[in-house]
Design a binder for this molecule. Structure first.
Ligand SMILES: Nc1ncnc2c1ncn2[C@@H]1O[C@H](COP(=O)(O)OP(=O)(O)OP(=O)(O)O)[C@@H](O)[C@H]1O
Ligand SMILES: [Mg+2]
Length: 509
C-alpha cells in the first residue's frame, strides 16, 4: 500500500473517463515501505468544494464584480496552504505518471494512503471531515475534472458555464448563478478542457481552438480557447439529466396545463409532423422527448442527433449521431447525411434532435413521403419565425427552389409547431400550440390552438399566467385523431380548455 512501488507488467490500465462517477474508495490502511516513485508535477490549488448558496434574482442579475481573482476567505487561505504543502509533498514522493497508468481504483487507494501519511508526518491538524474533503479534492485534481467535479456530480444543474479560470456560472431551477468555483489559472482550465475532449478522440489547442465533445455521462460540452475566447478558455456544459422530465412533471411545474398536456399527448400519438421551436435552453429537447413517449411500441423510429440526448422508451429504435471532422478535417458525417441515410432504413418516424441546416429539406421531404409523425426541434422565438427559419434553411440548400414552392412544401409537411420558452422568471413553458393550415395565395396560414398568456407577477417575481384556448375546437389534426379513434378525447380536452380559459369565454372574465 503506502509507498509501495507499482509492479511493472501488472494489469494496469489508464484511468477511464467514467471513473469520475465511480464511488470513491474507502480510506485505506497505511503501509510503510517505499513510495511509488518520483516525477515533477506542479501542485494544483483548488477552491473548496462547496454547494453555492442559492442567490436571489437581484444577486443573480447584479452587475458582475471586476474579473479579478476573488481573495480567498480566511478558511480558504488555510485550506489552500495545507493543500499546497500536501500536494508538494505528494509530488516529491510519488510518480504521478506511473499512478495514472494504474487501474483507477487501485491508484485512488494508493493515493489516499500516501496522502493520509503525508498529513500525519507533516503534523497538519485537520478534522476527519476536512481531511476527507482534502483527499477528495486532490484526488479529483489528479483523476477527475478538478473543480468541476463537484458541479458535475449535482443533478439539479442544467448548465455549467466557465468563463475563464475565475468565473463559473451554473443554471439551477432556471436561474443563472455565479459559483465560488475557481481554477488555479487558465493553464489548469485548458488542461481540463483538453482532458475532456481527448476522451472522445479530439484535440483542442491554439491551432484548433473550438471543439464539441461529450462527457462519459452524456453531457454536451463546448470548448473555445484563446485567442478566440479573449478572456480565457470558455467551457460550456449542458448537463445530461439521467431522469428526463415527463409530461406529468411539466404539468406539475406549470409548463403545460392539464388540457395542453392531453392535446400534446394526442399530437404525439396520432402521427402529426411536429416542429418544436424555442430559444436556447428553452426545453425543446425535453418536450421532444416527452412527445416521443406517446409513440406506439410497434413503430420503427430512427433518431438523428448531434449528441444523443433523447431517451426513447420504445424497443424498435435506431439512434444515429453526427460526427465532426477528425484532426485532418476528414470523416465528417453531417445531420444531412444522417437524415438522407435514414430514408434508406425503412423508418416509420424520423426524429431529428435539432434542425439547423440543409437537412431541413430532407426532413420535409421525408415528412411528405409517408413518414408521418416525424419530429424535430429548431431555434426560433415564435411559430412564425420557425417557419421563416425553415424557409431560409431550405433556401441555403442551394436548390434554387422558388419561395412559393418552399412554402407549399412546408405547409404540406408540418402539421403542428409547439413553441417553448424560458420566461424571464426562469420558468420554462409551452407558449403556443400552433397548427399549419396551408397556403392562401403566396402566404402560409397558421392558427394557434393554445397560447400561454401572462397575466401578472407575484411578490417573488414569479410570472402568473395560464394556457388559453383560442376558440379552435376543430383543429385540422382532429381528422387524424378521429382516424386513430381518439377524436372524443381531443374534443373533450379542447372544450375543457375553452370553457376554463378560452379567450373571451373564460369563466373568470
Ligand atoms: N419545463 C421545464 N421545467 C423545468 N426545467 C426544464 C423544463 N424543460 C427543460 N428543462 C431543463 O432545462 C434544461 C434545458 O432543456 P433542453 O435541453 O430540453 O433545452 P433545449 O431547448 O433543447 O436546449 P438547446 O437549445 O441547448 O438544445 C435541461 O436541464 C432540462 O432538464
Ligand atoms: Mg436541445
Amino acid at each position: 500500500m503506502f509507498g509501495r512501488r507499482a509492479k511493472s507488467g501488472g494489469s494496469q490500465t489508464p484511468p477511464k473517463p467514467e471513473s469520475r462517477f465511480a464511488e470513491r474508495p474507502e480510506s485505506t490502511s497505511r503501509g510503510n515501505d517505499s513510495y511509488l516513485g518520483r516525477r515533477e508535477l506542479v501542485p494544483q490549488q483548488e477552491p473548496e468544494e462547496q454547494v453555492p448558496e442559492p442567490k436571489t434574482m437581484k444577486q443573480v442579475f447584479a452587475p458582475p464584480p471586476p474579473p479579478t481573482k476573488a481573495a480567498p476567505t480566511k478558511k480558504n487561505a488555510t485550506y489552500y496552504q495545507n493543500k499546497e504543502v500536501i500536494f508538494q509533498a505528494l509530488v516529491d514522493t510519488i510518480d504521478m505518471a506511473r499512478l495514472s497508468q494504474m487501474d483507477i481504483d487501485v491508484a485512488k487507494r494508493e493515493l489516499r494512503a500516501v496522502l493520509s501519511d503525508i498529513i500525519a508526518v507533516k503534523n497538519i491538524l485537520l478534522s476527519i471531515a476536512e481531511q476527507e474533503e482534502l483527499l477528495n479534492d486532490i484526488s479529483s485534481d489528479i483523476f477527475g475534472y478538478g473543480p468541476l467535479d463537484s458541479l458535475l456530480a449535482r443533478d439539479d444543474i442544467a448548465d455549467i458555464m466557465v468563463n475563464g479560470s475565475n468565473r463559473t456560472y451554473i443554471e439551477v431551477n432556471g436561474h443563472v448563478e455565479l459559483t465560488d468555483i475557481q481554477f488555479r489559472d487558465d493553464a489548469q482550465l485548458t488542461a481540463i478542457c483538453q482532458r475532456i475532449v481527448s476522451q472522445v478522440g479530439r484535440r483542442v489547442d491554439e491551432s484548433s481552438p473550438i471543439c464539441d465533445a461529450r462527457l462519459a455521462d452524456g453531457s454536451r460540452v463546448n470548448v473555445i480557447l484563446p485567442p478566440l475566447a479573449i478572456d480565457g478558455p470558455a467551457l460550456t456544459i449542458r448537463k445530461f439529466k439521467k431522469d428526463k422530465l415527463t409530461l406529468d412533471q411539466l404539468l406539475r411545474f406549470g409548463s403545460v396545463s392539464q388540457e395542453t398536456a392531453e392535446i400534446l399527448q394526442i399530437i404525439g400519438r396520432v402521427r402529426c409532423n411536429v416542429l418544436i421551436s424555442g430559444g436556447t435552453g428553452s426545453g425543446k429537447t425535453t418536450l421532444l422527448n416527452c412527445l416521443t413517449q406517446y409513440i406506439e411500441h410497434t413503430e420503427r423510429i430512427i433518431t438523428c442527433e448531434d449528441a444523443a440526448e433523447l431517451q426513447l422508451q420504445q424497443p424498435h429504435v435506431v439512434r444515429l449521431e453526427t460526427r465532426p471532422p477528425n484532426l485532418e478535417g476528414e470523416g465528417q458525417v453531417t445531420m444531412r447525411d444522417l437524415v438522407r441515410n435514414c430514408l434508406r432504413m425503412r423508418p416509420e418516424r424520423i426524429i431529428v434532435g435539432e434542425v439547423r441546416g440543409t437537412e431541413a429539406l430532407d426532413l420535409l421531404q421525408a415528412m411528405n413521403t409517408g413518414h408521418d409523425g416525424s419530429m424535430g426541434t429548431l431555434h426560433a422565438n415564435s411559430p412564425r419565425e420557425a417557419i421563416q427559419r425553415l424557409e431560409s434553411m431550405v433556401t441555403m440548400g442551394g436548390y434554387g427552389l422558388p419561395i412559393k414552392t418552399i412554402r407549399e412544401m412546408i405547409a404540406s409537411s408540418i402539421d403542428v409547431i409547439i413553441q417553448a420558452a424560458r420566461m424571464r422568471d426562469g420558468s420554462r413553458r409551452v407558449t403556443h400550440v400552433t397548427e399549419v393550415l396551408g397556403m392562401e395565395g403566396d402566404v402560409m396560414t397558421t392558427q394557434d390552438v393554445v397560447i400561454y398568456e401572462i397575466t401578472g407577477e407575484d411578490e417573488n417575481g414569479r410570472l402568473i399566467g395560464q394556457h388559453r384556448g383560442t376558440g379552435v375546437l376543430r383543429p385540422k389534426f382532429r381528422e387524424r385523431a378521429s382516424y386513430y379513434g381518439i377524436d372524443t378525447e381531443l374534443a373533450d380536452a379542447l372544450e375543457r380548455l375553452e370553457r376554463k380559459h378560452g379567450i373571451g369565454l373564460s369563466e373568470e372574465d
